[in-house]
Design a protein around this ligand. Structure first.
Ligand SMILES: [Zn+2]
Length: 506
């Protein structure tokens, strides 16, 4: 439990004297409404209507109740429209400039901005996604509360999307809301837009991809803050309780492979031939699993360790800051940390092994397996395929690429990174912040591919056991974390305003 009310702390930051004297912002009161929207019939979900946010719950903060209601729209990928209509209506009612950029079945994408997009101001984008993964209903899987109930209990909001990614939308929207009055009174030299998109969970083709393909000029982004790392506990050895936030600036790209082995051997299991497809495949895959993955450092990971070393201090810190000198020592310690190791190696996960359904005593003639490979930013597909082929050591196995993400240059750390770092440290005093490699691709990369500074961070500190509920049973977020995340976005905008207010352009 944290010992302070982040909400009050954040308010005091916002209203503190940190805004320079003479700055026109001093004349403006930063206000947030935090009011509950009026109840209407929840069955009326038209564009002109904000469905009910009626709740007898007078204790939970508005953010919790808003998220709770947002979760009740079961926006599994392809079914985002109702949820998108709801949250865009909330934004419109609060006074945001809302534009619905696409409204096709399964592709609802909208913006909520301080200024209309057609003003073409340089735009800071807060990116989130409306869709969620399905809630498994397999026998034996039991939820504490139904996954689309949005139950508020035990100080948490429960349900699919609570963390990934509806909670982040609520933090962004309510953080941004505080600046609606400011934007109305001062013609800020930039816009801030919350962009909510569809289809992230299945590759972004119905959301972020359309946004960059068709609306990039209109959105005019100068920086994007999307989902990514969050607060991580226990990384700083010297101070295990100290919070550490990772902001992703690049990612490990996915490469999915299908391996097929065919061989016409005799078909009866009673007399096993020396070689048959199942045996050969199992042997080849085990060579793949047993191979020692080479740890390699790219520019981002070197930077990650350098920054971590500064925070860590002491002998370990010195080793992390000077990888060249202390490489064997660092590699030895990395090998014991599974998550860190996965960020520094090309990983291979066997996700399926299939042969045609047949009788138990029948030897199949074909076996197909699928590998989910995640490649370091500098590894080319060509080199990796050659490596896989060598390890499998079986020329009869054909390798087919079924999906791959492009190599995209990492975001080079600039002022936008430091704004977020400062905002995090305002809300979480003493927290460390480092750049990291995201273990998987997400919508951020569509923007990064266009050279736009793009940072991946969910600005909340959530214990690992709750992070593990993402895409899992009982996804939930503490109310306190939601409020803290909101405060980070509010700090971020305040910092950006302070930095940019005297500049005519950014
Ligand atoms: Zn997500």
């Amino acid at each position: 439990m944290l010992r302070f009310s982040v909400f009050l702390v954040a308010i005091s930051f916002i209203l503190s004297g940190s805004i320079p004297a003479g700055n026109p912002l001093n004349a403006i009161e930063f206000t947030g409404t935090d009011k509950v929207l009026p109840c209407t019939d929840s069955s009326l979900k038209s564009l002109n209507e904000v469905p009910s946010l009626c709740s007898d719950d007078e204790i939970s903060p508005y953010s919790a109740r808003l998220l709770s209601h947002y979760i009740t729209y079961a926006s599994v990928t392809g079914n985002e429209n109702q949820a998108g209509i709801f949250i865009s209506n909330v934004a419109r009612q609060k006074g945001f400039h809302v534009e619905i950029l696409t409204d096709q079945p399964g592709s609802f994408n909208f913006t909520a901005s301080l200024y209309p997009l057609d003003k073409k101001k340089p735009n800071v984008i807060f990116l989130n996604h409306i869709d969620v993964v399905p809630a498994s209903s397999e026998p034996g899987i039991e939820y504490t509360y139904p996954p689309f109930s949005g139950t508020i209990a035990e100080g948490k909001i429960w349900g699919r999307g609570a963390i990934d990614n509806k909670g982040m939308a609520v933090m962004q929207l309510l953080g941004l809301e505080y600046f609606l009055d400011v934007a109305a009174e001062i013609d800020l030299p930039f816009n801030v837009t919350m962009l909510s998109v569809s289809g992230e969970e299945t590759g972004g083709y119905t959301g972020a991809k359309i946004m960059v393909d068709e609306f990039l000029d209109y959105l005019n982004p100068v920086a994007v803050y999307g989902e990514g790392g969050s607060g991580i506990p226990g990384i700083i050895r010297r101070e295990p309780d100290r919070k550490l936030f990772g902001i992703s600036t690049t990612f490990k790209r996915s490469l999915w492979l299908e391996l097929t082995l065919k061989n016409n051997t005799s078909g009866h299991g009673a007399v096993p031939p020396p070689d048959y497809v199942v045996k050969e495949k199992v042997q080849a895959l085990s060579r793949l699993l047993n191979e020692t993955r080479r740890i390699s450092f790219c520019a981002t990971s070197r930077n990650m360790f350098r920054e971590l070393g500064k925070i860590e201090g002491g002998a370990r810190g010195m080793a992390l800051r000077n990888l060249r000198l202390f490489r064997p020592f660092v590699i030895r310690s990395i090998k014991q940390e599974n998550i860190v190791k996965s960020l520094l190696t090309n990983t291979i996960t066997i996700t399926s092994i299939n042969s045609p359904m047949a009788a138990a005593n029948q030897i199949p003639q074909e076996i197909v397996s699928v590998l989910d490979c995640r490649l370091l930013p500098e590894t080319t597909t060509e080199d990796f395929l050659e490596h896989i082929h060598d390890i499998l050591a079986n020329d009869l196995i054909s390798i087919r690429v079924i999906h791959e993400k492009n190599i995209i240059p990492p975001t080079v750390i600039d002022a936008w990174y430091y704004y977020m770092r400062e905002a995090l440290q305002m809300v979480y005093p003493g927290a460390g912040v480092i750049p990291i490699i995201a273990p998987a691709s997400n919508d951020n990369n569509y923007f990064r591919e266009h050279g736009i500074p793009t940072y991946g961070i969910m600005p909340v500190f959530i214990p690992v056991h709750l992070l593990e509920t993402i895409h899992n049973v009982d996804e939930r977020i503490p109310v306190e974390a939601l409020e803290q995340g909101k405060a980070v976005y509010r700090e971020l905008i305040r910092i950006i305003i302070e930095s940019k207010i005297d500049q005519s352009a950014i």
